[in-house]
Every structure is written in structure tokens, then in C-alpha cells.
Write a protein that binds this ligand. Structure first.
Ligand code: ZN
Length: 412
């Protein structure tokens, strides 16, 4: 029987309605014996919002804080949503041109397009067919998409050993194709965990809802007019039939993504990773391209921000829209950057360039000093080689002496 707390964690991670229960137990950093000074000391005097511009020298007030965070943090946590993939040509979910709206228009839905991402799509053949069509479109878009500058920046952060964890709500799998941002499916319940945690699964795999058999996603399986039956289940059932046992039925294949109001198979593992990351004293957090509508993700951001602040780190919000006005996010974000997250790498570069002093040509005095040093070096080398020769001579004399005493000829 599964422990009550484990069930609570699983329920929280899946996209269910908000529950007042606390999912993660966070131990405040002050209670820990060992105190480490955070590397990030630069904070803007006010959180903004600041506008992310594509040209010119960026505003000093936020650029320095951003620089300190991305160049000095050692345990950075990044939480991302669909906004980071818009630059790759994959629509977001909730904007006026997002998936919820286009799905609603395409399928002439009466309610919100969100219903196409709800577990109820499997309730009848018509909605299942629409869901398959949408999933195939999303899969094709993901396959054709190229990673963005922002994805690459995350990969570099990981290579530089600054990234503690990347939590992604995206199912497009763009990030996991990059070096240092690999994931594991299914997510292990015990450490070591991969760098990227897919909070809502991903379109790289399909899975049998009955037996759990898993394989790379195949769009031909999810055609509108057919039920994608699991071959493993079918084979197993035919074996049972041969030995005279009753049939157990054949499971249906589905993309390994988590829909609203659905159980998350990685829920327990995600709870464990999050708890571990909270204890690791993250020193910075970047929340990018997500409107934080999913309760489980809101809680991760809330609790992780408390841990970051306890470590004297900085929490940054990057989005076209404002952070949620909810009370739980009061004083959560130290810096609010509004605009396209793809601007961040170039903003950082422009600001750092503006701070770099041009290198001066070596002065006459330096040249003199260098010449003097060269002379000293040549004298030293000479001395050493002379010493070496003297030592070798002494050794030869000793060897000769030993040879005479023992009557053995040591040298020719
Ligand atoms: Zn199966």
C-alpha cells in the first residue's frame, strides 16, 4: 500500500485543482549548521518591471543583477514553460494565438481549447480522434523546430556546472536534445536524477495505458480513424488464450504526456527531486515563459524561491506578461523582466562588452621590465645548467670511486 504522503505528492504534481495541503517539507536554511555565503550579491534596487530590448546598452539596474546570476550562481534552478519555445515556432498555450485558442477554432469547440488537454479526451471516439490529430501536429512542429538561443544558453549553464536543475512544463522535448540537459523516462525515484525534469511528460515517447510498455513516439499510430492498440498486450493475450486462460484485454497506446486531471506517472520521483533540490540551497532561480497556472508548478516556484532567498540568491521572472498577482507570490520575484526571453543572451553580451575596458598597448616601462625579466631568466637557466653539469661530474667521480673499491668496472 502506498504511503499517504506519497499519494499527496503525486496528486499535487499532476495538473489537478489547487489543494491547500503542503506538498514539500522545506527546512529553512537558517537551521542548518553549515553556512555558505552566496556568490550573488548584486540586486536591483527595485524589481521593475524592466523591458527586455533587442538593441542598445541594457539598463544598468537589471543587467548587472542578471550578469551576476547567470555568470556566478552555482546552483541555479530554472523553471520554464511554453514561452521559451515560441521562438522555435511552437505556439504557447494561453495567449490569444496560443494552442488553446487555435484548437478551439480548428475543432469548433464550444468550451475552452484546454479541454483538448484534459483526461476527458479519452471518453469518446470523437474527442480522442481530435486529440490524436492535435498531438500529431504538435509532434511534427517539435520535430521540425530548432532549439533557440535561450535553450542553448541553458545548455551552456549546465556545461559550466551552474545549473542545479531545469524544470520544464514543455512536451516538445527541445531542451533535452542539448548537451547537459538530458532527461530520463521514466524519471527514477532515487538519485541520481537527470538535469532536466519533464513535469508533464514529453512527446518523445508513447506508452501503453494498461501494461506500461513504452517506445519512441510514432505519429502513424495516432491516426484519427484508428484505435492505437498495444502489441505487447495483444501478444500476451494470445498466449493466455493458447493456454486456456481468460483474456485480459488489450491496452491503448497514448503519448507519454500528462493531461489535466490525470495521474502523473513521474509524480513521486518529481517530489523526491524537488525535495533534494530544496536542500541543496539553490542560489538563483529563473522562471521563464510560464504563466504559473498549474498548482504543482506554482508550489515548486514558491518553495524554491524561499530556499533561494535563504541562500541570499536572486529570483528572476522573465515573460511577456506580469507574474501572477496571487498572495503566495508576494515578494517572490526580485527582478521582473518583460519581453522575449530570447533577448537575454544578447543583452548579457552587450552589457558585458560595454563593461570591458580595451586592452592597452604595453608601455615602454613594461617592455623594459620584460627585458629585465628575460635577462634574469637566461641567467637562472645558465646557472641551473652549470649546476647540473657540476652535479653530474661529482656523480661520475663517485661512481669511479665505487668502481675501484668493489673492483667492478662501472664506466667504459
Ligand atoms: Zn500494453
Amino acid at each position: 500500500m502506498m504511503a499517504q504522503s506519497t499519494i499527496a505528492v503525486m496528486k499535487d504534481i499532476i495538473a489537478v485543482q489547487s489543494s491547500p495541503s503542503t506538498t514539500f517539507t522545506y527546512v529553512p536554511a537558517e537551521t542548518k549548521k553549515r553556512k555558505r555565503e552566496a556568490k550573488v550579491v548584486s540586486r536591483p534596487c527595485h524589481p521593475g518591471p524592466f523591458e527586455l530590448r533587442s538593441e542598445g546598452v541594457p539598463d544598468e539596474q537589471y543587467a548587472e543583477a542578471l550578469h551576476c546570476m547567470l555568470r556566478k550562481c552555482r546552483r541555479l534552478v530554472v523553471v520554464v514553460g511554453a514561452g521559451i519555445s515560441v521562438g522555435a515556432g511552437i505556439p504557447d498555450f494561453r495567449s490569444s494565438t496560443g494552442l488553446f485558442q487555435t484548437v478551439k477554432d480548428d475543432f469548433k469547440l464550444k468550451g475552452s481549447g484546454q479541454s483538448m488537454f484534459d483526461s476527458s479526451v479519452y471518453k469518446d471516439a470523437a474527442t480522442t480522434s481530435m486529440f490524436h490529430s492535435m498531438v500529431n501536429t504538435l509532434h511534427t512542429l517539435s520535430q521540425d523546430a530548432k532549439v533557440t538561443k535561450f535553450h542553448q544558453m541553458l545548455s551552456e549553464l549546465s556545461t559550466e556546472k551552474r545549473l542545479l536543475r531545469l524544470y520544464t512544463q514543455n512536451v516538445d522535448c527541445l531542451e533535452i536534445s542539448l548537451s547537459g540537459l538530458e532527461t530520463a523516462v521514466p524519471l527514477p525515484v532515487k538519485a541520481p536524477w537527470p538535469k532536466t525534469i519533464q513535469l508533464h511528460g514529453g512527446l518523445q515517447k508513447m506508452v501503453c495505458a494498461k501494461c506500461g510498455w513504452m517506445a519512441p513516439f510514432d505519429p502513424t499510430v495516432f491516426q484519427e480513424d484508428r484505435i492505437p492498440e498495444c502489441n505487447e498486450c495483444r501478444e500476451w493475450d494470445s498466449v493466455r488464450e493458447v493456454v486456456g486462460k481468460r483474456t485480459q484485454g488489450v491496452g491503448r497506446l497514448r503519448p507519454r504526456i500528462v493531461l489535466y486531471n490525470e495521474f502523473n506517472p513521474d509524480g513521486e520521483a518529481i517530489g523526491k527531486v524537488t525535495s533534494s533540490d530544496l536542500k541543496a540551497r539553490p542560489d538563483g532561480m529563473l522562471v521563464v515563459g510560464t504563466s504559473l497556472k498549474v498548482p504543482g508548478v506554482r508550489r515548486i516556484v514558491k518553495e524554491m524561491s524561499a530556499a533561494v532567498h535563504a541562500a541570499n540568491g536572486i529570483v528572476v521572472w522573465v515573460n511577456e506578461i506580469d507574474p501572477p498577482a496571487a498572495k503566495m507570490f508576494e515578494n517572490c520575484f526580485d527582478l521582473i523582466l518583460k519581453g522575449d526571453c530570447q533577448e537575454i543572451p544578447s543583452i548579457l553580451e552587450r552589457w558585458e562588452k560595454s563593461k570591458t575596458r580595451p586592452k592597452r598597448a604595453p608601455s615602454t616601462r613594461q617592455k623594459k621590465s620584460e627585458s629585465a625579466s628575460d635577462i634574469v631568466s637566461s641567467i637562472t637557466n645558465k646557472t641551473i645548467s652549470e649546476n647540473d653539469r657540476k652535479i653530474t661530474d661529482v656523480f661520475k667521480v663517485k661512481k669511479k670511486a665505487v668502481g675501484r673499491v668493489n673492483g667492478v668496472k662501472l664506466e667504459k
